[in-house]
Write a protein that binds this ligand. Sequence first.
Ligand SMILES: Cc1cc2nc3c(=O)[nH]c(=O)nc-3n(C[C@H](O)[C@H](O)[C@H](O)COP(=O)(O)OP(=O)(O)OC[C@H]3O[C@@H](n4cnc5c(N)ncnc54)[C@H](O)[C@@H]3O)c2cc1C
Length: 280
Amino acid sequence: MFGPIVKPKDLREAVQRVAEGGRPLAGGTDLFVRIRKGLEKPGMLVYVGELPELGVLRATREGLEIGAARTHSELLESPLTEPFPILRKTLGTIASPALRAMGTLGGNLVNASPAGDSLVALYLLEAQVRIVGPQGERELFVQEFIQGPGKTGLRPGELVVSVFLPYVEGEPVSYFRKVGRRQALYISVVSLGALVWLDGEKITKARLALGSVAPTVVRPRAVEEALVGRLAHVEAVQDLVSLLSSLVQPISDLRASADYRRKVSGNLLLDLALFLQNRK
Ligand SMILES: Cc1cc2nc3c(=O)[nH]c(=O)nc-3n(C[C@H](O)[C@H](O)[C@H](O)COP(=O)(O)OP(=O)(O)OC[C@H]3O[C@@H](n4cnc5c(N)ncnc54)[C@H](O)[C@@H]3O)c2cc1C
């Protein structure tokens, strides 16, 4: 089903193995499912889960650097992620505790699924992806890194080393709602995440990100701009529902139709407004 699993002694060897055609392996929660389904047949698997550079978790004055091999559970438990409640909200909805203990942020990112929950937080936080490869190091913003379902800006031989989250100004309210077909352990049919800055009842700035409604996570900039200056009330955003629905390009699949997804996207904006209206 797949070739040997190698465990490189350092990052340099990992890059060399990947450049030779090896496939990075972290928690394996995505990759082994794809291999079992016959969708992939990698010649060599390069286990990156124990490389020190991919295990960093370091707060600086500007933000937080998270090694690609950090698991969702580790990030949920670390006090260093406290300044990023939106990251915690999204990671807390991924699969089940057992899968969160194995799955990594880097794996979720490189998987590049439009339904990848951490991606909603990474888009909202305008994360930078740190990459290393045979030509050295480089950085891409998450929206440049993700190019479509399963497609990233990684070049042959490159690995994701870490993700950098810059601190946001002020104290925005964080919101994340994932709509799926079951109560537990589900992949989203539509999700909406938001950071909303308020002055009393008035919205002064907003960032929104939708998952599962287009080939990549979507930031509906026209809605973000239109929210500024409005009251954080359901009636005050009602007219933006159709604008939001028009900005997504969902597909129909086994989980939901495109029309349903478009409708739910708009309704989630009302849910966000209700959440803001009812917060203490
Ligand atoms: C039952 C089930 C439920 C799930 N539910 C959810 C869910 O609710 N939400 C969600 O978002 N996801 C979900 N997933 C998907 C999965 O658990 C996550 O995407 C997880 O974060 C993947 O991380 P991993 O370490 O297991 O990745 P792996 O399977 O090890 O790797 C995934 C991909 O990333 C590549 N890769 C890994 N690390 C690196 C690196 N450092 N550099 C370059 N490439 C790398 C691999 O080559 C592979 O292509 C679910 C999966 C299963 C099986």
